[in-house]
Every structure is written in C-alpha cells, then in structure tokens.
Design a protein. Structure first.
Length: 566
C-alpha cells in the first residue's frame, strides 16, 4: 500500500500518544502465561543486552485519525505494556511518598528509585468503562465483574507478583529505550478499509474467534457511534443469553464455545450455503471459520449485506427465545435436538408456519424418531428405543405438571444409565453392597473400615447377612422379566453406581437424599421410587409386579399419541 510507514519505534516515543481501540476489536484476553512470557523475555534481554541492541516487539498496525492512533492490530500487547507501565508508575509514586515521609526507611531498605511521569492513553469505542478502569487500576483497585476487567486485573496481579523478584529500574530503563514496536502506520479512508486490514491480519491467528471476525465484518457499515453502541448491546444480549446453561443445552449437546453466538452463525451459514449453491466454494462444516467464510463470500458477491446477516441473526435468536419460553415447544424441541434432529430444519419450519402447526410438526418428528411401532410389553433392556421412550416419558411427565421444567442442562452434562428398578444381577462387589446396607439400613458409616476385616466378613457371613437384610426389609422377588421397560428408569451414572445393586428401599433413600443435595433426578424416575404410579401403597419396600403394570400403563397413557402400543 502506498504512503504507509513502516519503522521501529521505542516505547518512550509513544509514551505521550493517545490510542483508540475500535469497536470491531475483541476485548483484552491475554492469559497470565502470555504476560509472564513477555516480562521474562524483556528482562532476560535487559540482563544480557549489548550496546546498540534492542528488543523487537511484534507489529502494531495503526491508522491516525483526529490526532489519535486507531489500533487495527496489536491491541493485546499494547494493553499489556500499558499495564506494566501503570504498575511501575504506581510503585514509583509509593517510593516517592516513602522518600518524602521517611528518607531513612528508603535508605535502610535500599529501595530502587525511578520515575515515570506519563503513560500513553487507551480508550475504547464501545467499552467506555474500560478506559476509566485502566486509568485507575492499582493493586488496591482490581475488578473481576466483566471479562475485560477480569483479564486486566489478572494480568496486573501477575505483573505485581513477578516484580517482587526482579529489578524494576533495570526493566523500566530497558522497556522505554530499548524495546521497540514494529510500527506500521497505514493510511485508510474509512473504517471499512480498517476492518478489511484487520481481517487480513487476523484470519490466521488462533486467539481471534470466528464470531469476533464476523463482528468486525458486521460493523463495517455502521458509522454512527450511537449505532455502534446499540449493535454491541444487542450482540452482548444474544451472547449472554446463549451462554446460560439452561438455554445452551436446550439447543445443543455440544460443550459451550468461547463465543456462543457461533451457534446461530453456523446455523445461518448452512442455510445460506444451501440456498446459494456455491459450486466453486467447498467448505467443511466443522471448519472453525465456516460461517465467516460463507458470510464473506455472500458479501463479496453482493448476495447479502451486513445488515441482512445481522437481521437474520436477530430473527433466529427471537425464534429460539420463543421456543424457550413456550413450555411445549421447549420440551419437544429439546428432546428432538438431543437425538440429533437438525436445528436448521426446525428453524426453517418454524419460520414458514403457525405456532400450532409447528407443534403438530414436532409431534410428527417425535413419532418418526421412535421409528417402528413400539410395544411396551416387548420393549426390553438393550433395545435402542429404551432411552428414547424413557426420556420422552420424562418430557411428557414435565409437560403434564405445572411446576416441572425438564433440566436439559444437567441431563446433557451428566452421563446417564438405563437403571433396573429391581436389580438384575447378583452383587459383583459384595464389599460395597455391605457398606451401603450398613449406611442406609443400620445408620453406620463403615467407609473407612479395614479392607481385610470387611473382606473376611463378606467371605464368612455374606449369604446369611444378605438373607437377613432381605427378610428384615420384606423384599420379594419379581415374577415378570426384570429387563422389561416396566423395570427400567433413567438415572445418572454416579448415583446408579453408588447403589451396588441395592434393594428398592435403599435406592429410594439414596435418590431422595441426592435430590435434597441438588442432584438432578428426572421427574419420572423420582415418581417411580416414590411409587407415584402405583395403585397400592401398602408395600413400600418392594417394586412389585403390580407396580410394574401400573408404571407400564402410565407410560402408554402419555406416549400412545406417538404410536406406542401395549
């Protein structure tokens, strides 16, 4: 590019300058490791440097507007240099106060004296409070309320800790005189040119996410400061909502991304790609810049504008909010997405029909997800449809209750088992079974018992002990097949493995206890162990053949509309 200036500029030459971080830039995100590496590199250079040598920082790309430098690239390193200077200034001021009030202490402690009067300024187009925070940052004034403040405060803490064992004066002298930026000043006509340079510089860098590149892209046509603020507020509102566990895991089984709004962008990109049939443009959907590449091509071919993309983004977000707030849609969409239904297909259908017809469509998709006609009398442990039926039964149980909302977040972040209500196998770990019985039947905690003593007890008395506990609890055997759906329920793996094939009343006690501790127990599982589906409650110690019949009938009652048979 013509008339652009490339030179080496020492830190002391920029100490009085004013820098602006444009609205398309990400916030400060350096980790402690990166801060420490910069400090250590400069210090090692300071200790070994020879005359005329200098330490070269990576490029900072800026453009000058209204006597201020707008930072196109290099913000993270520039902000870290600012934080280092700010800490050294704070320290210098403290030493100055000591000297004024207690010269003897200064001499006695052999404290290094140095001075730093000015520090360049940093201001943020859409983060006004960040400028104020940086100007006032000190060891007594750290803040972790938002991501920018968090990373700045953590960096400041790391700088303070590091300087406890390193010479501040040596570092400062070297930093100001012998540390130089590769200073690349470009001439740009407008912000659109800035952002184009920003994209070219950052497309290959790991720290910048797909969403951050898209944010820069979408800001190109927004010239008014007020509109930029409005855009940032809208963006943050969408991101904040999607970051909530209850919202995110309702929509996807995947772990949250660094920027959750990518979920919407990726969905839109697939839609655009499909609609425009880019024959000369091949992309893999798992490419982490997939949506950015699609949006960029659409803009270059003038098939979409930045405003179109942002309006579509907000429209999809409104759809998702509508689903989340509608109890029936929330539960049925959550169920379908758990079993890999296509989010884009659901969004497309919702945009083309009424809400009532969309609900009918969801019912149809659920029926299709079950595949064949399911007979509950024949559905058995190991069948691929067991989990679908049990989860759907829990969903319908929640829908038929005024106060229950199925917790997809906890369901999708825990491992789940298909649990036998009455245990299917003999106890493989007899020692653990004995410990469970002592804890929940006899109220004795023997977790720390000598392993050899416990093993000897099991070897000598297990059969008698088992029969005695079974008799005491009044445990009866089932005549029906224990692998039938009527003896199965959903339970998280941790709780399930804590049972050790315990008897029914012990399982019930453990489940009630775990729920009181905040563990998520699916509503139908809780109802099973409370015997809420049973007609007779006289035998609370057993899960009986009659209980199985009642449970199976209740499953049929709620799921028959999806083609489930008895």
């Amino acid at each position: 590019m013509k008339n652009n200036n490339l030179l080496l500029k020492p830190i002391e030459d920029i100490i009085n300058e004013n820098f602006v971080i444009p609205s398309y830039q990400r916030g400060y995100r350096w980790e402690s490791r990166q801060v420490l590496d910069l400090l250590q590199d400069i210090y090692e250079f300071a200790e070994s440097k020879k005359k005329e040598e200098f330490y070269c920082l990576q490029p900072i790309v800026i453009t000058k507007k209204d006597n201020k430098y707008r930072v196109i690239d290099g913000q993270q390193r520039l902000t870290t240099i600012y934080l280092i200077l700010k800490f050294l200034q704070e320290t210098a001021n403290k030493i100055k106060n000591i000297k004024q009030n207690n010269i003897e202490l200064l001499e006695f402690c052999n404290i290094e004296e140095f001075e730093i009067k000015n520090i360049f300024s940093l201001e943020y187009e859409t983060r006004e409070k960040s400028k104020e925070f940086l100007e006032n940052i000190s060891t007594e004034n750290l803040n972790y309320d938002n991501p920018d403040f968090y990373y700045m405060s953590k960096a400041y803490e790391k700088i303070k800790k590091w300087f406890k064992t390193h010479s501040k004066k040596l570092f400062l002298d070297t930093l100001l005189k012998d540390v130089k930026f590769i200073w690349y000043e470009v001439n740009t006509k407008n912000e659109e040119e800035e952002i184009e340079i920003f994209k070219r510089l950052n497309i290959g860098k790991i720290p910048l996410t797909n969403a951050e590149l898209i944010k820069a892209m979408l800001l190109i046509p927004i010239k008014e400061y007020k509109k930029q603020i409005e855009f940032s507020i809208e963006w943050d509102r969408i991101e904040h909502t999607l970051q909530k566990n209850s919202f995110w895991y309702f929509l996807t089984n995947d772990n949250k991304k660094a920027t959750a709004i990518d979920l919407i962008f990726d969905t839109l990109a697939k839609k655009y790609y499909k609609e425009n049939k880019f024959n000369d443009f091949k992309l893999k959907e798992n490419d982490d810049k997939y949506s950015f590449y699609v949006f960029d091509k659409l803009l270059k071919e003038e098939k979409k504008t930045q405003k179109d993309i942002w309006e579509d983004t907000k429209k999809v977000f409104r759809f998702l909010i509508d689903w989340y707030n509608d109890k029936e849609i929330y539960h049925k969409v959550g169920y379908l997405l758990y079993f890999k239904e296509n989010l884009l297909d659901l969004i497309s259908k919702y945009s083309q029909t009424t809400k009532d017809k969309f609900k009918d469509y969801l019912n149809e998709r659920i029926r299709n997800s079950l595949g064949k006609k399911i007979n509950l009398n024949e559905l058995s442990y190991g069948d691929i449809n067991v989990k679908k039926v049990l989860l759907l039964f829990n969903i319908e149980t929640a829908l038929n209750s005024q106060n229950i909302r199925f917790n997809f977040a906890q369901f999708k972040t825990f491992a789940w088992d298909i649990e036998h209500i009455v245990s299917q196998t003999d106890n493989e770990n007899k020692e653990e079974w004995v410990k469970t019985v002592f804890e929940y039947i006899y109220g004795m905690n023997i977790k720390k018992i000598d392993k050899n003593k416990l093993k000897n007890f099991v070897n000598k008395y297990y059969e008698k002990f088992f029969d005695r506990v079974k008799k005491r609890l009044g445990i009866k055997d089932l005549s029906q097949d224990k692998n039938n759906i009527a003896n199965l329920t959903l339970l998280d793996s941790k709780t399930n493995r804590s049972y050790h094939n315990a008897f029914f009343p012990i399982k019930r006690t453990i489940i009630i206890e775990n729920e009181s501790k905040g563990y998520f127990i699916p509503p139908a599982t809780k109802n099973v162990f409370l015997k809420a589906y049973s007609q007779k409650l006289s035998d609370i110690a057993n899960w009986t053949d009659e209980d199985m019949d009642c449970y199976r009938n209740k499953i049929y009652e709620l799921l028959s509309k999806y083609g489930v048979k008895l």
